[in-house]
Design a protein around this ligand. Structure first.
Ligand code: TRP
Ligand code: ZN
Length: 868
């Protein structure tokens, strides 16, 4: 480590000394020496004639102020400081950069044959010296010059205003973006593509050209992305009253990309994983992921671009809100219950785990070393839950009034989370004073509930106690404002009206104190409570349900989410008790009543297939691990497997009947068809653990006319280690080895292979022609799935899994620290494992810490983990 990286604190925010009103960029593109000329109109805002510009890995060619060569400057690590400047001036900076050598995929780099950019969060400073901060908003003009044959398409933000040819086979295009924007929303693409074109007429009559750019030959995989874009534009008009504001909207799919996608104004750049799909190459999950991400980036146009963030500590202002919007979009278009279940699984699994880890932080972080480390489940997913709680407290109408006021106040500016909450509060009249604590307090609250029925007084009381354990970043915790959604049922399934203090009350209780009792009147019989309905707050619920009550709720709860949640609680009880049994050498036991409850779900005539599939899905190993301070990896895996095997064998007739009755002839991506495939493939995943498994998986693979069924067959064969596994894997690789994106599914199956020799297999797989550590998707599929989804083998007592992770991290530390930093997360949680494993993981972290070129991404995480 050359220099110890410095942290920045939210409390130290200072507005900028200068602003830049206009920026005129020229890119003369060459693989190894691209020349960038940046002409800025600069205005002094504070009493200072010194301007400090951000810049990294740049070769400075020249500096000019108001037409004069400027010599009064110092170039230091990460910064160019200009001195003795006039109050207003034109600044011309020329830099040289090397896109070909840029493997970090931040700034200007090459993906395959194309030039592209990624500027969020602080990548623009790798293009030119600039005020690279989101509260400096400028109008951009961009001229792109490149070889015409190799790069026929030259793209940037806004509208194309001019173009021409040059000598030597080069050409240029000039773009102008009328909307002022911060540097992180800048984008440039140069390459050769196939283009899918369509158009959309907004509700006020603006005609918008829609263009999706994909690698040549991939046009037949672009239509679903286009449909999703059009659906997004329509939905945002209908639900939020928000219209698009330019005449063109472009999406470019690239193969080398660190994250999912990027909302650059008018020119989204996407990981090709979230664009390309046809039924032969993509699963239903891929289709739904594309819809969600296309929506997400489109919705950023208002929540992120029109109103942007004042500083990066405010990231959840745009991300939490935009995730909320994309979740609502998916729920309005598809199944609300299934969407909610999947979002809650993410919170209860990986987000709760993050809260409990050394990386714990509030949705609005207080302290950051590397901003890229804070694009987290907490900022995104918990951030969305915080928005959702406001939606619950205000109702749809109040919430939309709040959105309207938010845009009236802040359109065209850089705002804060506080600005958002204030708009919601002012528009609705709902007091959100205590609620604001969700922005500054980290960790997962536990809500412990006890109940008492008083037959004489005909009252029923719920006593609610909330507490939040200290987290790595924050010791003292206060009571939060928790919207707590409840319903009471009579034994015959009727809903009992909620009355408090002589008045009917709504389902959402305001829990605001550490301990609080709610007394309901006119309750004639001992009720069965449905608690934390819809997961109305991101908390852990503790309530002593009997098995009978949970089975009752699985059948009688009025809303589907509550039914699913009751099923999960029933499973949780028996997972916990069986982990204890297994640890004391006993066999796994599941009572007949529990098996029958799930039999009832399978036989249900009125539940949607997609929902039945969710009911039958066991919690993941990761989610279960979160229930324990220290987790017995092998015991948890054994219990989950044994429960699966028992359910499979006891319900074999029901699963078989479903499996055979849900066979489809033709493939469609209608939601009903997706649901049927989901249930059928859930049945297959269970049947894989019976004597029917091998034949069914083999036949399904052979007969499949779509990727969903192909992968389901392979996945069943992989998890249950069926005899046909190797043959199916070989056949798939033979068919798809030239297509990295399609091979990612195969790499993920190799990574999650439960076989004892999986590490050997993974090392051999790294030699596969489609694999490259330079490609983040390949790396995540093979290596990421091993580290995150193959707990038994990754945590092998020998320590070989940890050592392998260390080697990969050392390599990625130099080539792509962002990817390295995402991969390291499971190692940070070493305190969850036994002493021996702790020591082995710690040794890997120490080895990383001692590297002399450790990137600040990894430095921040490794030092946090080793502290305390
Ligand atoms: N703003 C992007 C989104 O959520 C996230 C993103 C894309 C990103 N690429 C990135 C964040 C690179 C950090 C670094 O839609
Ligand atoms: Zn986003």
């Amino acid at each position: 480590m050359a220099q110890t990286p410095q942290a920045k604190y939210r409390k130290d925010y200072q507005s900028p000394s200068h602003t830049i009103t206009d920026l005129d960029l020229t890119f003369d593109l060459f693989d190894n020496e691209t020349i960038v000329t940046a002409v800025s109109q600069v205005k002094q805002l504070k009493d200072s004639n010194t301007l400090q510009l951000d810049g990294e890995s740049l070769k400075l060619v020249s500096v000019t102020v108001n037409g004069e060569a400027w010599t009064q400057y110092q170039e230091t690590e990460g910064m160019l400081e200009l001195n003795n400047l006039p109050q207003e001036f034109e600044l011309v900076i020329v830099t040289e950069i090397d896109p070909e050598a840029n493997t970090a995929l931040e700034g200007l780099y090459k993906s395959g044959g194309a030039f592209c950019t990624q500027c969020e969060a602080e990548g623009f400073r790798r293009i030119t010296y600039y005020l690279d901060r989101p509260d400096v908003l400028a109008k951009y003009t961009t001229k792109v010059i490149a070889d015409k044959a190799a790069y026929p398409f030259l793209l940037s933000n806004g509208n194309r205003v001019a173009q021409g040819d040059l000598e030597g086979g080069r050409h240029w295009v000039q773009w102008q973006d009328p909307h002022p924007k911060p540097a992180y929303l800048f984008a440039l693409v140069a390459g050769d593509f196939d283009v899918l074109r369509d158009h959309y007429v907004t509700k006020s009559g603006r005609n918008v050209e829609l263009e999706i750019f994909v690698d040549k030959g991939n046009l037949d995989r672009a239509p679903h992305a286009m449909t999703s874009l059009i659906n997004s534009m329509k939905w945002d008009e209908e639900r939020f009253g928000l219209e698009y504001d330019l005449d063109i909207y472009m999406i470019v799919a690239v193969d080398f990309f660190n994250m999912g996608a990027m909302e650059n104004k008018g020119l989204n750049i996407f990981n090709s994983k979230f664009v390309l799909a046809n039924e032969q190459t993509a699963t239903d999950t891929d289709y739904l992921g594309i819809e969600a991400v296309i929506g997400h980036e489109y919705f950023h146009n208002w929540t992120g671009n029109r109103v942007t963030c004042r500083d990066w500590f405010q990231l959840s202002l745009k991300e939490g809100l935009t995730v909320f919007r994309d979740q609502e979009f998916s729920s309005d278009l598809g199944s609300r219950a299934v969407n909610r279940i999947n979002n809650v699984r993410i919170i209860r699994g990986p987000q709760f785990a993050e809260d409990a880890s050394p990386m714990s932080h509030p949705i609005r972080p207080e302290k950051v070393i590397e901003m890229n480390n804070f694009y987290t489940l907490t900022v995104y997913e918990k951030g969305s839950e915080v928005i959702r709680m406001m939606h619950t407290l205000l109702g749809e109408e109040g919430f939309q009034k709040g959105m309207k006021l938010y845009f009236e106040r802040h359109d065209g500016t850089a705002a804060t989370c506080e600005d958002f909450v204030a708009a919601m509060e002012d528009a609705s009249g709902v007091d959100l004073k205590q609620f604001r604590l969700w922005y500054s307090q980290s960790g997962t609250p536990t809500v412990k509930v006890s109940s008492e029925f008083n037959a004489d007084k005909q009252t029923y009381s719920l006593t609610v106690e909330q507490s939040t354990e200290p987290t790595h970043d924050q010791k003292d915790k206060q009571p939060l404002h928790i919207p707590f959604d409840v319903e009471l049922y009579a034994a015959n399934g009727d809903v009992i009206e909620l009355r408090c203090n002589g008045r009917a009350v709504g389902n959402v209780l305001d829990v605001t104190e550490a301990k609080q009792t709610f007394v309901f009147e006119n309750v004639a019989e001992q009720p069965i409570p449905s608690l934390l309905r819809e997961f109305s707050a991101p908390v852990v619920l503790e309530y002593n349900y009997s098995d009978e009550e949970l089975v009752f709720l699985m059948v009688h709860a009025r809303n589907e989410f509550a039914r699913w949640d009751a099923g999960q609680m029933l499973l949780a009880k028996y997972i916990r008790s069986n982990v204890t049994r297994v640890q004391s050498g006993q066999d796994v036991e599941l009572p007949a009543a529990v098996v029958d409850a799930f039999r009832g779900v399978l036989l249900s005539q009125d539940l949607e297939p997609a929902f039945i599939a969710e009911m039958l899905a066991l919690p993941s190993h990761n989610e279960v691990s979160g229930w324990y301070k220290q987790v017995d990896v092998d015991a948890v895996a054994n219990v989950l497997k044994a429960i699966k095997v028992q359910l499979a064998n006891e319900l074999i007739d029901e699963f078989s009947a479903i499996y055979h009755s849900l066979k489809q002839d033709a493939y469609t991506i209608e939601h009903a068809a997706i649901g049927q495939r989901s249930l059928r493939n859930t049945a297959l995943a269970y049947l894989a653990h019976t004597e029917l498994g091998n034949e069914l998986a083999e036949k399904q693979y052979a007969d499949a006319n779509n990727m969903t069924d192909t992968i389901a067959a392979m996945s069943a064969a992989n998890s249950a280690q069926l005899a046909c596994r190797e043959a199916l894997m070989a056949s798939y690789s033979e068919q798809w080895k030239h297509d990295g994106l399609v091979m990612d599914k195969w790499f993920a199956l190799q990574g999650t292979n439960p076989a004892e020799n999986v590490l050997q297999v993974i090392k051999a797989t790294m030699e596969h022609e489609a694999f490259s550590l330079k490609n983040p998707n390949r790396t995540r599929s093979l290596i990421g799935s091993f580290l995150n989804m193959n707990p038994v083998r990754f945590h092998a007592k020998s320590g070989e899994g940890y050592k392998f992770a260390g080697d990969i991290l050392r390599e990625l530390n130099s080539s792509n620290p962002q990817v390295a930093s995402r991969l390291i997360d499971p190692l940070l949680k070493f305190r969850k494992y036994d002493e021996e494993r702790q020591a082995l993981i710690k040794a890997e972290l120490e080895a990383l810490k001692s590297m002399d070129n450790l990137a600040k991404d990894l430095f921040e995480k490794v030092t946090k983990a080793l502290e305390a």
